[in-house]
Design a protein around this ligand. Structure first.
Ligand SMILES: CC(C)(COP(=O)(O)OP(=O)(O)OC[C@H]1O[C@@H](n2cnc3c(N)ncnc32)[C@H](O)[C@@H]1OP(=O)(O)O)[C@@H](O)C(=O)NCCC(=O)NCCS
Length: 207
């Protein structure tokens, strides 16, 4: 069981539902990315559920940080280094693990940025294991991110980078009101395409 949860959702039987998503990618600052490009070629099996399945978020701690690392290794084609995980473990509410029943199937890691007097929340990674996609796990994690933004009215927007061919992530974020506000050319090293779209959603606009 997760050590704590901030959000919870219950879904009815979703057995045999398979994602059509490919392993996709996201990037972060070079400081956090290791050189090796990873591929996930392990067989993926759909979850099998009887009755109700519980999806919830739990804390990232020093005791489960390696599980977050495993999730990210399976979901993203870039490898995040020890510095990344050292910062994540002390990020508090900005990092969460996603559980499907008692299984860790996703993770989200964010940071707060202050640039030129503008405070933004940046999503470094947000991913669900391929076999558990389209069950609402990504929504649960993104809802948490939006909740954090609402809690801090000085946050002006939430943004992230998405590889330009990552159709599933683009569809996912657009569904929640994110818009492409720019392109970061050659954002990624050693993966193609190496360009990223910058997706952003304004927050707290009335404040
Ligand atoms: C993008 C990602 C996080 C979505 O996670 P998820 O757990 O499948 O998300 P959800 O089940 O909550 O999807 C919510 C909605 O997003 C949209 N969506 C998600 N994946 C989609 C896809 N492959 N094609 C079209 N729409 C999609 C749908 O509208 C979906 O609702 P629906 O299933 O009722 O139609 C997941 O595909 C993933 O981990 N990708 C790899 C990592 C990545 O690219 N992360 C994004 C950059 S940080």
């Amino acid at each position: 069981m997760p050590s704590s949860s901030v959000n919870e959702a219950t879904v009815e039987n979703t057995s045999e539902k398979l994602s059509d998503c490919h392993i996709s990618c996201n990037g972060s600052h070079d400081d956090f990315v290791e050189d090796d490009v990873l591929e996930d070629d392990r067989p993926q099996r759909p979850p099998r559920c009887v009755g109700k399945c519980i999806m919830q978020l739990g804390e990232v701690t020093q005791h489960n940080i390696m599980q977050l690392k495993k999730i990210n290794q399976a979901v993203f084609p870039v490898s995040y280094n020890d510095k990344f995980y050292k910062e994540v473990v002390s990020a508090g509410e900005l990092a969460k693990l996603a559980y499907f029943n008692d299984i860790i199937v996703g993770g989200v890691c964010c940071r707060i940025e202050n640039k030129d007097g503008h405070k933004k929340l940046y999503i470094m990674t947000l991913g669900t294991l391929a076999a558990y996609r389209r069950f609402g796990i990504g929504t649960l994690m993104l809802d948490h991110v939006i909740y954090l933004c609402h809690k801090d009215p000085t946050i002006e927007s939430v943004y992230l980078h998405v590889q330009t061919n990552n159709e599933s992530a683009l569809d996912f974020y657009k569904k929640f009101g994110f818009q492409v506000v720019g392109t970061a050319e050659k954002y990624y090293k050693r993966i193609e395409p190496d360009d990223a779209f910058i997706l952003e959603k304004p927050m707290n606009v009335n404040l």
